[in-house]
Ligand binder design. Structure first.
Ligand code: GTQ
Ligand code: FE2
Length: 364
């Protein structure tokens, strides 16, 4: 007998509960919190960037990259998830640290991954053998089931943010993993990135190619282009904040079926509109400093920090210094399943206090 055995003071009912448990059954009427009025599984949480970096450096000094794990990765583990190495119930978030001239060998897995580069230089990620040079602020995709390896040809270490849909794919029991060959893929730093050459020019893709696949054929989004799009949006709207979504250039869809990636810029003194959406998000502070109101809690942040915006929590970001937040979310899944909801706090409500978790469901 492994299922929960409920009990009661009334002997007949208690006997029923005993027999239910023996038959691996549970009464719905004793399930508390199974059907909450609104999503409530997580609170906000923040990881300090300096701590992440310092501990990644220590791991770099003590732990090699062996065929065992293949990756020197520190997973962000949300305290509300009972010890699981997951940032939210759907998203894996981690920092990966690769020292100069190290190689993390090829493997592939059904969970999809993306990398947002924090610091360093000299690293290439090879995706199905295509070499992608990584620089701070770049977004690199390693879609589900693509071979990927990380290769340093420089002297300095690199640290980047990893985002995966691993907790979601695990919950679906759809994880496949395969190690690659022991031999590293040959490449030279001068090799062009084929994906970028073919799909990296806005609005132009090779004519007559096979229909677009399940993920973006463009595997790298350069910081220069992201920054230019944000500047142009700020200039054309005259606002103090701007947001761009990384998309499949052929379809305009999200970069991968399970993951949405966006860059939220907030100028010093500016603040975003308060919104709440279904689905969880992880925000990586690329630049600047500020604070966010998340589900009624204040989260102060600075460059390098990572914080969680839980499902259906009100979120509003304010910047004290020009700030860039890389935002990873599971929204494509939520939308594909018809579970999406979104609320925005209107301008007329601007002066009323931020609704907190305790008032979820009462304001929209
Ligand atoms: O770089 O291939 O953070 O497979 C977790 C799993 C990174 C990777 C992670 C992975 C990788
Ligand atoms: Fe991987």
């Amino acid at each position: 007998m492994t299922t929960t055995r409920f009990d009661d003071d009334e002997p007949d009912l208690d006997a029923l509960y005993a027999d239910l448990a023996a038959a691996d059954l549970q009464p719905l009427w004793r399930q508390a919190g199974l059907l909450p009025p609104a999503p409530n599984r997580l609170g906000p949480h923040r990881w300090d960037g300096r701590t992440l970096r310092a501990l990644a450096e220590r791991a770099g000094a003590l732990v090699g990259i062996d065929r065992g794990g293949d990756r020197r990765v520190l997973a962000l583990s949300h305290p509300d998830l009972g010890g699981l190495p997951f940032a939210t119930h759907t998203l894996w978030a981690a920092v990966q640290y690769l020292k100069g001239h190290e190689s993390a060998p090829a493997h592939r897995h059904s969970p999809a991954a993306l990398r947002f580069v924090l610091e360093g230089s000299g690293v290439w990620t090879l995706v199905d053998g295509d070499p992608i040079a990584m620089e701070p602020g770049d977004l690199v995709l390693t879609p589900g089931n693509t071979w990927h390896e990380h290769r340093s040809r420089g002297d300095e270490p690199m640290i980047w943010f990893d985002g995966l849909d691993l907790p979601l794919v695990r919950a679906l029991d759809a994880v496949f993993f395969e190690p690659g060959p022991d031999d590293l893929t040959p490449f030279s730093p001068g090799d062009p990135c084929r994906s970028e050459e073919r799909f990296g020019r806005v609005g132009l893709r090779p004519a007559g190619e096979a229909a677009p696949g399940r993920h973006s054929a463009l595997l790298v989004y350069r910081w220069d282009a992201t920054d230019a799009a944000l500047r142009a949006q700020l200039a054309s709207t005259g606002r103090d904040h701007a947001r761009v979504r990384y998309t499949d250039p052929a379809t305009g869809a999200d970069v991968m079926p399970t993951l949405r990636a966006e860059l939220q810029r907030v100028l010093a003194g500016g603040r975003t509109t308060a919104t709440r959406t279904v689905g969880s998000a992880v925000c990586v502070v690329h630049r600047g400093a500020g604070s966010s109101l998340v589900g009624g809690h204040r989260v102060d942040w600075t460059a390098g920090d990572v914080f969680v915006v839980p499902s259906w929590a009100w979120a509003q970001h304010r910047a004290d210094a020009d700030a860039d937040l890389f935002v990873l979310s599971d929204t494509p899944v939520i939308e594909a399943l018809g579970l999406g909801r979104r609320a925005e706090r209107s301008e007329t409500e601007e002066n009323t206090p931020m609704p907190g978790i305790s008032r979820v469901g009462g304001t929209s």
